[in-house]
Design a protein around this ligand. Structure first.
Ligand code: ADP
Ligand code: MG
Length: 574
């Protein structure tokens, strides 16, 4: 019970830091102490190590979530996201755990309690879970306090037995929540999800609702631009689609077509083209109320493609785009530790097997015949569309794309208009001037690949000897190969997703090293299917092995694959 934990902390007070190990385990709090169960899963080895991992589990009766809030996966995900934020806010508002640090090696240190901090997106997380029996589990870390290297049991006691119960009460119990805010959170997420689910039936790949605020506060902040400065989005009549949402009812917005789905976004510099594209890209995720992008939804399989100089490419068939590379380099099974702009883009497109190289006709004439190894992306757009792949392209300077576009949207001072007819008229007028690019009837081959190993060195069954540390949103540190650079993987939106990807790499490495493991010799797509199926069943914890981290968020298969594809030590085979 709580009194036992208090006694244990009193007993170890002033002893060497390792004595904290005594509090690992489950502590059931009496009703007057909160009635929840505190699990100290792992205690840090010293005051400077990463903080200790803990969980609280509130029985269903105590969490008291109304059935209507937990009746679907989407609703549960939204509730867990909300509770993560409210639990985190309760901890942050107190600020009382951190004492004036008295500095120096001998000084008092520790005391920080932390809960994973979500951004603008509502993702499946490991920070707060609703278990099958309706109980609520919340995970957090505590830097167990020390003076020098000795246990500060009194302080630890005040953190775990005085402050924590208050945070649990304020942050996790339904009765203490702002019911309207929670309901709004859930309904907002449900509406965006419904919008995304309806896209196929509407014949759309993306939707941007009227009134949406697309621009962000700054390059460094994902929060919406102040309402006074931002021009709300409004669809031109010609492209407007009305959609029924479960909570908001009917909404109007711009629909981007799935079939005949080559869409160009044009306009002068600084008129808001990139902002539209970025809003579409992150439309694969649900948002918090007030974000401004709640009515923007994109097909969950949409992938941003860009050139990525210097990336690693392993055994990718890039022959639809490239042939006749210098020194007869094989483009059907292309390998390089350091790809160029065009080869990286071709690999990026082929890897998602589903997108921009431009080369105008005049340049084609100069670098002509079979010395030019690159097939311009524009030539592949019609056959790609024939394969069922819709493309949305932002074009600054090249009018050549008018020849292949089905829809052309012009951004003018942040206001979109439909200029398809005008663009097609221009294209028709230039027909026969010799400016046309060669047409390609077929796309070319997309070759599946098998993941042979994630790391060449022999490893233990769980891959534990591979040290992986997530540094930032776009950087994973791996012991052997240095930094895995994910800066071109723009649809990663939270570092918690990056951490989950790092855990997935460990899991794959261990599984591939064990002979006859479930993934050996299977195509990469099946490996991704298996990882997704496990996450569907067990949540994001499925990537984390036996530990129960509170700081993971669910990555999409595309971002998981992007990490494997850029891993310099991964071996892939056609
Ligand atoms: P482009 O790609 O056409 O050059 P950007 O999308 O980069 O233009 O936008 C240029 C600037 O305008 C950015 O600083 C962006 O934040 C701002 N901006 C974009 N859309 C809006 C909008 N709807 N209202 C106000 N400012 C916007
Ligand atoms: Mg731009």
């Amino acid at each position: 019970s709580g009194s036992d934990l208090a006694a244990a902390l009193q007993r170890i007070d002033g002893r060497g830091y390792k004595a904290y190990k005594d509090i690992e385990g489950r502590w059931q709090m009496a009703a007057q102490q909160g009635g929840y169960c505190l699990c100290v899963d792992w205690v840090q080895g010293d005051p400077f190590a990463s903080p200790s991992k803990c969980r609280v589990v509130l029985p269903a009766a105590l969490a008291a979530l109304p059935a209507q809030l937990v009746c679907s996966r989407t609703r549960r995900t939204a509730v867990c996201d909300y509770l993560t934020r409210s639990f985190g806010a309760a901890v942050a508002a107190s600020g009382g755990d951190i004492r004036q640090q008295s500095g120096g090696w001998q000084g008092e240190k520790g005391g920080e309690m932390s809960v994973d901090k979500p951004g603008q997106h509502v993702l499946e997380r490991t920070s707060v879970l609703i278990l099958a029996d309706g109980s609520v589990e919340a995970r957090f870390t505590v830097a167990l306090p020390a003076r020098g290297r000795s246990v500060l049991g009194q302080w630890a006691s005040s953190i775990l037995l005085q402050n924590l119960p208050r945070y649990v009460h304020q942050g996790l119990q339904y009765a203490q929540q702002d019911r309207h805010a929670l309901q709004r959170h859930v309904e907002c997420v449900e509406d965006t999800q419904s919008l995304r689910d309806q896209l196929p039936a509407l014949g759309l790949v993306s939707y941007l609702g009227d009134g949406s605020i697309l621009p962000r506060k700054s390059g460094a902040s994902d929060e919406p631009m102040a309402a006074a400065e931002a021009v709300p989005f409004r669809s031109p009549e010609a492209l407007a689609v009305t959609v029924q949402l479960p909570n908001r009812g009917a909404v109007r917005g711009l629909g981007i077509r799935r079939v005949r789905g080559i869409t160009l976004v044009v306009g002068g510099g600084f008129h808001g083209k990139s902002t539209v594209l970025e809003a579409i890209e992150c439309g694969v995720y649900n948002k918090i109320p007030g974000d401004g992008r709640e009515l923007i939804a994109t097909d969950p399989c949409a992938v941003k493609i860009r050139a990525e100089d210097g990336r690693r490419v392993g055994s990718v068939n890039i022959s639809p785009f490239l042939s006749n590379l210098p020194f007869g380099k094989d483009t059907r099974c292309f390998q390089t530790p350091d790809a160029s702009g065009s080869t990286s883009q071709a690999a990026n497109i082929q890897e998602v097997a589903s997108n921009a190289m431009t080369r105008d006709a005049r340049m084609l004439e100069l670098v002509s015949g079979n010395r030019e190894p690159i097939t311009p992306f524009i030539c592949k757009l019609p056959p790609l569309a024939a394969l069922g792949v819709s493309c949305i392209l932002v074009i600054g300077g090249s009018g050549q794309y008018f020849d292949v576009a089905d829809t052309v949207i012009c951004m003018d001072a942040y206001v979109p208009s439909d200029v398809t007819a005008a663009a097609q008229a221009i294209s028709a007028r230039h027909a026969g001037t010799g400016d046309r690019l060669p047409r390609h009837e077929t796309y070319g081959d997309i070759t599946p690949r098998t993941l042979v190993s994630v790391h060449p060195r022999p490893v233990s069954a769980h891959g534990r000897d591979l040290r992986v540390k997530t540094r930032t949103l776009h950087c994973i540190q791996l012991d052997q190969e240095g930094e895995l650079d994910l800066s071109a993987v723009e649809q990663l939106v939270e570092v918690s997703q990056t951490r989950a990807i790092a855990d997935a790499l460990m899991k794959l490495r261990g599984a591939l090293a064990g002979r006859g493991g479930p993934w050996t010799g299977r195509p990469l797509t099946q490996v991704l299917d298996a990882l997704e199926a496990e996450m569907d069943e067990r949540g994001v914890d499925a990537l984390a092995g036996r530990s129960k981290p509170g700081n993971l968020a669910r990555p999409r298969r595309f971002e998981l694959a992007a990490a494997v594809n850029r891993l310099r030590t991964a071996q892939l085979r056609q």
